[in-house]
Design a protein around this ligand. Structure first.
Ligand code: GUN
Length: 298
C-alpha cells in the first residue's frame, strides 16, 4: 500500500514538472476568443489573418494548417494563399502589396522558409508593419529592440508566457539560449534581457558549450537537432525549454533528450505539446492586436 502511495506521489510530482503548452494555450485561447467576441460588437467584423505558403515543404504545410485551425476555433477569419514552388519574388511582392491595402485584412504572415529564388528579407520588408503579426519586419524588430514593441515575436513571447504561468521569475536568473536565429534565438534573448535575466547566447561556434549550459538556471534549446541536450549538460534542478520540432520518420522529436534530462530538471517542456502550441496562440494574440490597431482601438 505504502509503495503504491509513493508511486502516486512521485507520479503527481513528476507530472507537475512538465510545463504543459497544450493546457496553457487552451486557457489563453478562451481568453482571446472572448476578447474577439466583445471587440466584434464594436467593429462589426471578425479579425482576418492571411497566411501565404509558397511551395510544398511538408512541415510548413502542417504549421499553416494548425494556424488556420486555431484561427477558426477562436473566431479569426483565415485565408491561406498557396503559391507554386516556382513563384518569383515579384509575384509574391505584388500579392503582399494588395493585402497591405486590403481593409478586410488585419494580419499577413509569409510562412518561412521560402524557395531559394526569393529573398526572405525583401519579402519581410514588403509586409505592412502594422499587419506584421510575425514581428519580422525590420521596423517591428527595431521597436522591440528599444523596448517599445508593437507586436511580440510569437515563439519568444510564448516561452516567456509559459514561464510566467508557472510563476517562474526571470529577474537575476542565468538564462542560456542555444541558437541565434532571427525567429527564435535573437529576439528571445532580447525579451529575456528586458525581463532582467542575465542572458548568454550560444551557437555552433561556441567553445566548451557544456561549461555554459551547466551554469544555466534556465536553458532554452533552439538549434533543430533531435535529442541534442543530455543530462550531463545541465545543472540539477534547472528549467529546460525545448523549442525543437524535428520530424524523423513521421515522429516528432525535440532538441532535448526528454527521457534522459527529465529526472534532473525541475521543470521541462515536452515536444509535442510544449512551445509549439504557445507560438500559435501568440500569433492569434498578435492578430487581435493588429485588428485593434487597424480599427484604432487602443
Ligand atoms: N517558420 C518556422 N517558424 C515560423 C514562424 O514563426 N513564422 C513564419 N512566418 N515562418 C516560420
Amino acid at each position: 500500500m505504502e509503495n503504491i502511495n509513493l508511486k502516486v506521489l512521485s507520479f503527481s510530482k513528476n507530472s507537475q514538472k512538465i510545463i504543459n503548452g497544450t493546457e496553457i494555450s487552451e486557457n489563453l485561447k478562451l481568453q482571446v476568443k472572448n476578447e474577439i467576441l466583445s471587440l466584434k460588437n464594436k467593429i462589426n467584423r471578425s479579425p482576418k489573418l492571411v497566411v501565404i505558403l509558397v511551395g510544398e515543404n511538408p512541415a510548413s504545410k502542417v504549421y499553416v494548417g494548425n494556424k488556420q485551425k486555431t484561427s477558426l476555433e477562436i473566431g479569426i477569419q483565415s485565408e491561406i494563399i498557396k503559391l507554386d514552388e516556382n513563384t518569383n519574388q515579384n509575384e509574391l511582392i505584388n500579392i503582399i502589396k494588395k493585402l497591405n491595402v486590403d481593409a478586410n485584412v488585419d494580419g499577413i504572415l509569409v510562412q518561412l522558409p521560402l524557395p531559394k529564388q526569393i529573398c526572405e528579407l525583401e519579402i519581410l520588408k514588403t509586409i505592412n508593419p502594422l499587419k506584421d503579426v510575425d514581428c519580422f519586419h525590420p521596423e517591428n524588430v527595431g521597436l522591440m529592440l528599444i523596448g517599445k514593441p508593437r507586436f511580440l515575436p510569437c515563439t519568444p513571447a510564448g516561452i516567456i508566457e509559459m514561464l510566467k504561468q508557472k510563476n517562474i521569475t526571470l529577474e537575476g536568473k542565468n538564462v542560456v539560449v542555444i541558437g541565434r536565429s532571427n525567429i527564435v534565438g535573437k529576439p528571445l534573448a532580447l525579451l529575456l534581457l528586458q525581463n532582467n535575466a542575465t542572458v548568454t547566447i550560444c551557437h555552433s561556434k561556441t567553445k566548451n558549450l557544456e561549461k555554459l549550459t551547466q551554469k544555466a538556471d534556465i536553458l532554452i534549446v533552439a538549434i533543430g537537432k533531435a535529442n541534442f541536450l543530455t543530462k550531463d549538460m545541465i545543472k540539477k534542478n534547472s528549467i529546460i525549454i525545448d523549442v525543437g520540432i524535428n520530424r524523423i520518420d513521421n515522429k516528432l522529436y525535440g532538441d532535448v533528450n526528454f527521457k534522459d534530462v527529465f529526472e534532473k530538471a525541475s521543470f521541462i517542456t515536452p515536444v509535442p505539446g510544449g512551445v509549439g502550441k504557445m507560438t500559435i496562440i501568440m500569433l492569434m494574440k498578435n492578430t487581435v492586436s493588429a485588428y485593434k490597431i487597424h480599427n484604432k482601438i487602443i
